[in-house]
Design a protein. Structure first.
Length: 182
């Protein structure tokens, strides 16, 4: 795993930009429809690339903090959030390729609506959103703490957090430069 994380820490921000594009890739054309499975696989590859990059930043930052004898529990919650994202992403991949009627109850069928499917989709989406927020927060907290040599409060990294949350295609350029400095 160390070889992969080292590789991702050395990546050009342009490659990370491509992972962001892949993670949100969607192609729709009535003349040339692209199979949903292909789009799902492309999204999954992009998401996994970004998660490995974030994990690499977290591991490198934790390593720098341990060298300075600074230890706090952010790394543990980070791994929980990462696990939630991975499980939710795999469940999304399965759910997208499943017929909604297989999860429907009798009342869903009578109403002609797949409420059970939608509820499951909503719960998985909520879990993934919370996992993403914690992953972004913990990664940037560890990075900022490694840069400053002490544990940082939210005010020390909120700008990077908001940039990564709302404009990730721009944030990768700035964050990758910071990672290379530590």
């Amino acid at each position: 795993m160390k070889n992969i994380t080292a590789l991702f820490l050395k990546l050009n921000p342009g490659v990370l930009f491509l992972f962001i594009i892949m993670s949100s890739f969607n192609w729709y054309s009535s003349s040339l429809p692209v199979p949903v499975v292909l789009i799902s696989v492309i999204n999954f590859i992009g998401q996994m690339g970004l998660l490995i990059w974030l994990y690499s930043i977290c591991e490198k930052s934790a390593e720098v903090l341990k060298e300075n004898n600074i230890d706090f529990n952010t790394i543990r919650t980070y791994k929980y959030a990462l696990t939630v994202i991975l499980i939710a992403d795999l469940l999304f991949l399965i759910l997208i390729n499943m017929d909604p009627l297989t999860l429907s109850t009798q009342s869903d069928i009578e109403r002609g609506e797949a409420f059970t499917y939608k509820r499951i989709f909503l719960i998985i989406g909520l879990a993934m959103s919370i996992g993403i927020l914690f992953t972004y927060r913990n990664t940037l907290k560890l990075l900022s703490s490694a840069e400053h040599g002490q544990e940082q409060s939210f005010s020390g990294y909120y700008k990077s957090f908001l940039l990564l949350l709302f404009l990730p295609w721009i944030a990768v350029w700035f964050i990758q430069l910071r990672v290379r400095k530590i």
